[in-house]
Write a protein that binds this ligand. Structure first.
Ligand SMILES: [Zn+2]
Length: 83
């Protein structure tokens, strides 16, 4: 049995203004992470850091989705890794 590889794509989701835990305004640009054509998580690149709403980021403050978004900005790279 061959395991099908997941295809990840990124969709810009505009700019947002959020309240952080201190009540300060955070301004950032949001990106929807799409897995096999379905929206799964949202990454926000903000003025105070990058966040993601996936379980991995929520529990460990790091995840692969932020890296996907960052990598998508780098010129001359191959398509995003699917692992
Ligand atoms: Zn994530």
């Amino acid at each position: 049995m061959v395991k099908k590889e997941d295809i990840y794509t990124i969709k810009e989701n505009g700019q947002k203004l959020l309240d952080d835990y201190r009540g300060d305004k955070i301004y950032g640009v949001c990106f929807i992470i799409m897995k096999n054509g379905e929206e799964v998580y949202e990454v926000m690149m903000s003025t105070v850091g990058d966040v993601c709403n996936c379980p991995g980021y929520t529990n460990h403050s790091k995840c692969k989705h932020i890296k996907m978004v960052l990598d998508s900005f780098k010129p001359g790279l191959e398509p995003l890794p699917t692992s």
